[in-house]
Write a protein that binds this ligand. Structure first.
Ligand code: PRP
Length: 229
């Protein structure tokens, strides 16, 4: 097939705060999106770049993984939280980009901390957008986790009596503090990786391999990368 009729590669990026950390890496890798990309008010979701063979889409962080897993996007930037929750076989995440650092943690109301002993729990009810990770985490020590799935604002759940504990991402800790919650257990440290659809990599090894290499070089200039064997 000539390069003229080849389908464009699609790079999926997460909306929100990680985007600000990712964009310097994307630009340093030689990818510059069209100006509209930087217009927060724009309703456009797919953007051309200075590279004729590559477009960028901007979606929610969980959806980056879905687009990549199903091959709708060839590459994406995905958090370890999302990779752990869905464990998609079709996604390969060869480079930890070292951005979006935070932790996945269990939290509960401040006033419970003194009297609560997690070692005695046999059952726990938790509000979270990570039911799989949460169940696995508690199952490891024989605790049955009943998960109430929320998509955001988890910190409200204890306050409104939905449940007493939450599992959520913690970065600065400001959201927990502002809602009277305290982190009591860390489940995992989280960063975002460059993720690739395995089939796309097999069918277009040179183009995707080159993109991976470009990101690798950018990271080598800034900090040591964590390679996946
Ligand atoms: C995340 C997370 C917490 C908050 C933690 O939410 O779910 O609510 O950030 O950050 P902090 O420790 O710095 O306060 P986000 O703002 O990404 O929005 P979301 O609720 O839509 O996931």
């Amino acid at each position: 097939m000539s390069s003229k009729c080849k389908k464009k590669l699609v790079l999926a990026l997460p909306k929100g705060r990680i985007l600000d950390e990712v964009m310097p890496l994307v630009r340093a890798a030689g990818i510059e999106p069209e100006p509209n990309f930087y217009d927060d008010g724009a309703r456009q979701l797919r953007f051309t770049t200075n590279r004729l063979d590559l477009d960028i889409v901007r979606v929610r962080s969980f959806d980056v993984a879905t687009f990549v897993a199903f091959g709708a996007a060839d590459l994406g930037v995905v958090g370890a939280d999302v990779l752990m929750e869905f464990d998609y076989a079709e996604i390969y995440a060869p480079i930890d980009l070292g951005v979006g650092y935070c932790r996945l943690a269990v939290a509960e109301p401040e006033e419970m901390v003194g009297s609560d002993d997690p070692g005695t729990w046999s059952h726990v009810r938790v509000a979270t957008k990570y039911p799989e990770i949460t169940r696995r985490h508690f199952a490891q020590r024989g605790v049955q986790a009943e998960c109430i799935k929320l998509s955001g604002a988890m910190e409200l759940a204890p306050n409104l009596g939905l449940c007493r504990r939450i599992v959520d991402l913690v970065s600065s800790g400001d959201t927990l503090r502002a809602n009277g919650l305290v982190e009591i257990e860390q489940i995992a440290e989280i960063t975002s990786s460059l993720a690739v659809n395995r089939s796309a990599w097999k069918t277009r090894p040179e183009e995707i391999g080159q993109l991976i290499e470009d990101f690798r070089k950018v990271l080598a200039k800034t900090k040591p990368t964590k390679e996946v064997a």
